[in-house]
Design a protein around this ligand. Structure first.
Ligand SMILES: NC(=O)c1ccc[n+]([C@@H]2O[C@H](COP(=O)([O-])OP(=O)(O)OC[C@H]3O[C@@H](n4cnc5c(N)ncnc54)[C@H](O)[C@@H]3O)[C@@H](O)[C@H]2O)c1
Length: 351
């Protein structure tokens, strides 16, 4: 497939285009290429600045609709980011979460197999399951996955994502690549509860909201779980490295039928350490002493998220495969990524 960045006849379909990663990918496609974009989402409130762009067509629609799936699969490159992916919903809305993360992507994959599109499907680092504090690097093609019991409906998301990966990998004729993100952070992530969304956002927006409201940061089960927070700009660079390799006849075999971890292993911190860093950055931004901010509070997972909560204790990506096959390595340090995200949040929601 020829995906030259200066080829104005190419249209990329971005499904979930109005979301956090989608909005960054859209900007990057418009800035770095001459491609057109067919963007699909349930809403586009983050994309007000792009709605009238001459190279964009936006369709406000549900991926559950087979007619929408057919339209998307007509394009040669399809990036599927659409999903319910906020942890607080995995407990109370397990069936919706499973439809969103298995049924819809499976239908899209079947349509892409028929049309011959290259499907770049966003899975998750959660497919590695219930890791322990001693779990080492997670390798795409070797690490076994262990999940919590069915009674812990936290695993509805991860198991649906894993089944979608298996379905995609098993589908005859499909040209596919799977992406497993490791805690991307950046501007436009999630929402501020009560302002532009309801419920509990992911940890970055959650902590940013508490800081802005002068409330204590809540450390679920003590904040001992470790994550590798990765700048969304690195994630976008990964995608361009992927597009580049996918359009090179000599390298495309190396990126098709492959799953890739996308994460910054050097940015590993516990959630408690993340809270400490975000408090320091916020104090610096506000020009106050960190001791004037409320101390973090420990809460139990059940108390915070409800019955059925469970967690994986460490998610450390092996980054060797992306480096070997794509020459990609995430480069943005944790504090840079956090500062950019927090500054955006403060500016956006102070207005
Ligand atoms: N951001 C991360 O760190 C991270 C981590 C692991 C996995 N992922 C995966 O990456 C993908 C994108 O994540 P994100 O952080 O941008 O999430 P997001 O929630 O910001 O974006 C997802 C978008 O999909 C849209 N969407 C959901 N259901 C839809 C439907 N039925 N039809 C049309 N649009 C629909 C939503 O409206 C939203 O705009 C998801 O598949 C997610 O599971 C992201």
């Amino acid at each position: 497939m020829n995906l030259r960045l200066d080829d104005s006849s190419i249209t990329v379909a971005i499904v979930g285009c109005g979301g956090f990663i989608g909005s960054h990918l859209l900007d990057a496609v418009l800035e770095r290429t001459r491609w057109r974009v067919f963007g699909v989402d349930l809403d586009f409130y983050r994309l007000q600045h792009r709605l009238n762009h001459e190279r964009c067509e936006f369709l406000c629609a549900d991926l559950a609709d087979p007619a929408v799936v057919e339209r998307i699969a007509k394009f040669p490159l399809v990036v599927n980011l659409a999903a319910i992916c906020t942890p607080s919903r995995y407990m109370g809305e397990a069936c919706e979460v499973i439809r969103s993360n298995y049924d819809h992507p499976a239908a899209l994959a079947e349509a892409c197999a028929k049309s011959g599109s290259w499907l770049v499907h966003f899975s998750t680092s959660e497919i590695y399951g219930k890791t322990t504090p001693d779990s080492g690097e997670l390798l795409e093609d070797e690490t076994p996955a262990v999940f919590g019991p069915v009674s812990a409906s936290r695993w509805s998301y991860a198991t649906a994502k894993l089944l979608a990966e298996r379905f995609i990998a098993g589908l005859p004729g499909l040209r596919w690549t799977v992406v497993r993100p490791f805690n991307f952070v950046g501007p436009y992530m999630d929402f501020m509860p009560g302002v532009d969304g309801e419920g509990i956002p992911r940890v970055l927006a959650n902590f940013s909201t508490a800081l802005l409201r002068g409330e204590p940061l809540k450390l679920v089960n003590g904040g001992k779980a470790k994550r590798c927070f990765t700048s969304v700009h690195d994630a976008v660079d990964f995608l361009f490295a992927l597009f580049d390799a996918g359009s090179d006849p000599e390298r495309c075999d190396g990126v098709l039928s492959q799953a890739f971890n996308v994460g910054n292993a050097e940015n590993e911190v516990s959630v408690a350490e993340l809270a400490a860093r975000m408090r320091s950055i916020f104090a610096k931004v506000r020009g106050v002493d960190v001791s004037t901010l409320p101390e973090p509070q420990v809460v139990s997972g059940e108390e915070y998220y409800g019955a059925g909560y469970d967690d994986s204790m460490r998610r450390l990506p092996s980054v060797e495969k992306a480096q070997r096959l794509l020459g990609f390595k995430a480069a943005i340090p944790l504090d840079t990524a956090l500062e950019e995200s927090l500054l955006w949040f403060v500016k956006h929601y102070s207005v």
